[in-house]
Structures are given as structure tokens and as C-alpha cells.
Design a protein. Structure first.
Length: 551
């Protein structure tokens, strides 16, 4: 299976006819790309993502069985806030939103020609050393300031010394995740998706191996050390492809002078600040949760974490669609093909929403069995299962909002121009989360915190969808809402069906969950087809196409 992306996407209508010529350069002639490429690329990346997700579950299972939902696990999860923020800022969103458009423009100028300077190599030499130096300093400051960081994140925790030790061990991820994110963005802009999708496989293997090997000596500190080890393995996973493709590749034609100034301008302070602040405000949802939960009994942070990690698996899979097509949107915007970008974004929102709503139905119907099968045992008992399952069902109500925020931020930042609107929308959602959390945590505990998260992120999603058309890509909010309405109805029907079946059919947890994995998708698909949802038909066509290629 090839993973190379070249040329326009026939499905989006992106092509040279809609390209805006680069001043002083000939318009590049780009060969057409098979229309099914994006489906194959998304399927390949999704396959690796599924493997990484399963290893992530194994990682969480190991931590749950060894440390349960206790002071030790809470201390580790407080420290894990740092890698979570670093992953969002430096791998998933921030770095990608900045660098994919920059590398896309550099590749467009490489194809245009002009002088013997290679815009891609120039971009790397201008940005990579400075990035590494800045992240090294930030990681060192984090390690020194670990007691203050823990005090801010979880002021209500008893005996913060263990959380401080774990935070210092995970501080290295500020650098290692930054390098990983840089490599990932460069490879995705070049049309390579498999190596970036495989980094979390290496990451989780590093955590699992180190935890199992050292927990008897270091306790939960072994898991924190595993985070550091896994982050180094992430770099090694992509390094050979990055060196071969980005650094050793010779430009095919002479390159236009002035590429250094134009491409590097995309990474200036004016473009950097909106992206960084947006990502920080988005990840601040987790800070709010752990801040509020630190005042609850031991185990509350762990229940929130386990519920969130499992509930968000459908969102991770749905976001692979937008991850694969983001370079397509960025190239279309750089080339001036705004109509092609609009069609691509609208289709991505509908497909990603359909996928995550199917996962939402599964979580709503079978949360207790999911938690029991995955985590119950060892130090994680039936009480922990019930608490985690309840939180998971509440979290599921915000999964569509999380997916839309993740998908919508890409077209906002694909133009390479600074925009502050996503930050304003996310800030409004964060204020809703804080307000709702303060009101609901007292009477409802961890369920109230999860509900605040769902309401806040859904508010941000609505605001971002409403503002996209006038600021970046001219999507039609009404058309997107209509496209999502039918799968949302199907998810409600399928989730209710699964909930009733799980409660009424006598079966063991494994057998019951297996039946649910068949019942919920069938109910969702039948309802979607009855409502004539085109996204369900399109997903079936993609699946049939994938299997036909496999034969």
C-alpha cells in the first residue's frame, strides 16, 4: 500500500485550474491522483491508530491493575497532564496547524522552481534548531518548577511529593514531543501518513515495558519513566523517513529565490500566538477537570481519566479523516482553490461526525461492560467500574463537540494567516466549562465535571462552525448541521437499543460486549439508511472499496 500523496484530489475538485500562480514562477503541472487515495491513506493510518489505541488500553489496564484508582494513580495522572498538553500542542494540533501549511507552501514553491535554493530544506534549517533550543529550555524550567506546577494543577492533593517526582520524569516530553510533532507535520505535508500514525504504538510500548519492568522498584514512578522512554521511541520511529524524504531528497528543478522569507513568515510570532493559545485553551479543559477533582476523594482523577481515555477512542478514529485530508485543504488554500477546500471540509465534518456518533452510541449503550472488561481486576474493583462507567456516559455527550472542534481548527489555520477567532470561541467554551464545573461538582461529583466538559466543548464547536464561513473556508453551517442531524438521530436510537439490550439480556461481560459490538452498529446503520443519510452510504462505499483493493 502506497502512502504517497501527489497532486490534486479528484474528490475535492482541487486541481491546477483553480490555482493562484505564485508571483514570478510558472504554474506547476501536478499529476492527478486517484480518487480513492484518501480512503486508502485514511484506512492505513486508521489501522495503525487502532493498534496504538489497543496498546493505550493495555497501558491503562496495566496502570489500573497495578495501582487502581488511588493516591498513586492520581499522582501519576497529575504529572501526565504535562505530556497530554505537550502532545496536543506539539504533535496533534499546534505543530501540525503551523507546519503543515508551511511545508505545503514550501512544496508548492519547490514545484514552481526559480533558483537553486530548496524551500523545504531552507524551512527546516530556519526552524528546527531554534525549536529544539527553545523546547530544551522549556523542559528544564518545567523540571525545576515541578512543585509549583503540581500546586497549580492539583492544590487539593495530599502529599504532592510523588506527583512532583513524576512531573520531573515526564518533563523531557516537552522536547521529545516537539521533535516528534515536527517530523509528523513534515511527513504529512509530503503525503506520508503511516510513520506519523505509528508513533503512539512506540510510545505505548515504551510505557508498558518500563512500567512492568520497574514498578516493583519505583512504584508509579516507573510509569512516568516509561512516558519518557516512549517519547524517545516516537522520534526514532519517524527519523529514517524524515531524513530520507525531507533532508536527502534533491529538488527536481531550480527553486525560486525569496522562498526563505515567504515560507518562514508562516511561522512568525503573529501566526504562532493564535495557534499556541488556541491549543492551550483547548487542553485547559483537562486542567479544569483535575483542578476540580483534586478536592474530591482519592480516585476521582483516575475515574475521570479512565472514562475519558476510553470514551474518546471514537473521536481519535474519526479525526484520522481530517488528519489525512488536512494537507489537501492546505494545498487547496495555498493554490487559491477555495471551492475545492469548502467541499473537502464539509465532507470531512460529515464523515468524522458520523464515525464519532457511532462510537457515542456504543459508549452510551455499553459503558459498564466496556469498563468491566477493560479494567476491573486487581486494585480496580466493582465500585471503580460503576463510577468510571457513569462518567464515561456523560463524557460521550460531548464527543461530537470534541470532534468538531478538532476538525474545524484545521481549515481556520490552513490559510497560513493569523486568526484569533478560534481562540475566542474556545475561550468562551472554557468559561462555560469552568462555570458549569463550579456549579455541578458539588452536587454531582465527577459526573458534574464530565457534564461541564461536554457543555463547554459543545459551545466552542457551535461558535467555531458558525464563524468559519466568513473567516477561512466558506462552509455552510446549515448544510453541516443537517448532515449531522441524521447520524445523531441514528446514534440516539442505537444507543438506546444497546442500553436496553445490555440491561435485559443475561450474559457475561465479554459475551454481552461482543453482542453489543454487533447490535449497535447494525441499529445505527439501519436507522441511518432509513433516514437516507448520505454519509452512511458513503462509509459503506469506502469499506467496500477498501476490501475490493485488499483482494
Amino acid at each position: 500500500m502506497s502512502e504517497t500523496v501527489t497532486g490534486p484530489d479528484r474528490d475535492t475538485g482541487t486541481g491546477t485550474a483553480g490555482q493562484a500562480a505564485i508571483p514570478g514562477a510558472a504554474t506547476p503541472v501536478v499529476p492527478p491522483r486517484p480518487g480513492g487515495f484518501l480512503a486508502r491513506a485514511a484506512a492505513g493510518a486508521a489501522g495503525l491508530t487502532v493498534i496504538a489505541a489497543l496498546l493505550g488500553l493495555a497501558r491503562d489496564q496495566a496502570i489500573a491493575r497495578l495501582f487502581g484508582a488511588s493516591h498513586d494513580s492520581d499522582a501519576f495522572l497529575i504529572a501526565w497532564t504535562v505530556p497530554e498538553m505537550a502532545a496536543t500542542l506539539l504533535i496533534e494540533d499546534g505543530m501540525a496547524l503551523l507546519l503543515v501549511p508551511a511545508f505545503s507552501l514550501a512544496l508548492t514553491r519547490r514545484a514552481a522552481g526559480g533558483s537553486w535554493d530548496d524551500p523545504v530544506r531552507t524551512l527546516v534549517s530556519d526552524t528546527f534548531p531554534r525549536l529544539c533550543a527553545a523546547l530544551t529550555c522549556a523542559g528544564a524550567l518545567l523540571a525545576l518548577g515541578a512543585p509549583w506546577v503540581v500546586g497549580v494543577l492539583a492544590p487539593g492533593i495530599d502529599d504532592p511529593s510523588l506527583a512532583v517526582d513524576c512531573t520531573r520524569l515526564t518533563a523531557v516530553t516537552v522536547l521529545t514531543f516537539g521533535v516528534t510533532g515536527y517530523f509528523s507535520a513534515a511527513l504529512r505535508a509530503h503525503g506520508r501518513f503511516l510513520a506519523p500514525a505509528g508513533v503512539y504504538i512506540a510510545y505505548n510500548l515504551g510505557i508498558i515495558g518500563t512500567t512492568l519492568a520497574l514498578h516493583s522498584l519505583w512504584g508509579v514512578r516507573a510509569a512516568a519513566a516509561g512516558v519518557a522512554v516512549g517519547s524517545v521511541l516516537m522520534i526514532l520511529t519517524q527519523l529514517p523517513t524524515f531524513v530520507r524524504l525531507v533532508l536527502r531528497r534533491k529538488p527536481r528543478v531550480p527553486q525560486r529565490r525569496g522562498a526563505r522569507q515567504g515560507v518562514s513568515a508562516l511561522l512568525g510570532a503573529s501566526a504562532l500566538a493564535p495557534v499556541v493559545l488556541f491549543v492551550v485553551s483547548r487542553q485547559a479543559q483537562v486542567f479544569v477537570e483535575r483542578f476540580l477533582a483534586s478536592s474530591l476523594p482519592d480516585g476521582a482523577i483516575s475515574h475521570l481519566n479512565y472514562a475519558q481515555k476510553v470514551a474518546q477512542l471514537p473521536m481519535v478514529l474519526s479525526m484520522m479523516i481530517c488528519t489525512v485530508t488536512f494537507p489537501v485543504v492546505a494545498r487547496a488554500m495555498a493554490a487559491g482553490d477555495r471551492e475545492g477546500a469548502r467541499r473537502r471540509v464539509e465532507r470531512d465534518l460529515a464523515l468524522a461526525g458520523t464515525v464519532v456518533l457511532l462510537g457515542t452510541a456504543m459508549v452510551l449503550g455499553y459503558a459498564p461492560l466496556i469498563v468491566e472488561v477493560l479494567f476491573q481486576g486487581g486494585a480496580f474493583d466493582a465500585v471503580d467500574t460503576a463510577a468510571t462507567a457513569g462518567v464515561m456516559r456523560v463524557y460521550a455527550l460531548g464527543l461530537l463537540g470534541h470532534t468538531l472542534v478538532g476538525a474545524l481548527c484545521r481549515p481556520y489555520f490552513s490559510t497560513g494567516r493569523p486568526t484569533w477567532y478560534p481562540l475566542c470561541a474556545m475561550g468562551a467554551g472554557l468559561l462555560v466549562t469552568v462555570g458549569a464545573g463550579l456549579v455541578l461538582t458539588g452536587p454531582f461529583g465527577v459526573d458534574g465535571i464530565a457534564a461541564a466538559n461536554a457543555v463547554g466543548i459543545s459551545t466552542a464547536a457551535v461558535l467555531m462552525l458558525a464563524g468559519l464561513g466568513s473567516r477561512a473556508v466558506a462552509v455552510r453551517p446549515g448544510a453541516v448541521a443537517l448532515a449531522l442531524g441524521r447520524p445523531a438521530t441514528a446514534a440516539a436510537v442505537a444507543g438506546t437499543t444497546g442500553w436496553a439490550a445490555a440491561a435485559s439480556l443475561p450474559a457475561g461481560p465479554v459475551l454481552g460486549l461482543t453482542a453489543g459490538c454487533l447490535l449497535v452498529p447494525v441499529a445505527f446503520l439501519v436507522t441511518s439508511l432509513a433516514l437516507r443519510s448520505p454519509e452512511a452510504v458513503h462509509l459503506l462505499a469506502l469499506i467496500r472499496q477498501r476490501f475490493s483493493h485488499g483482494r
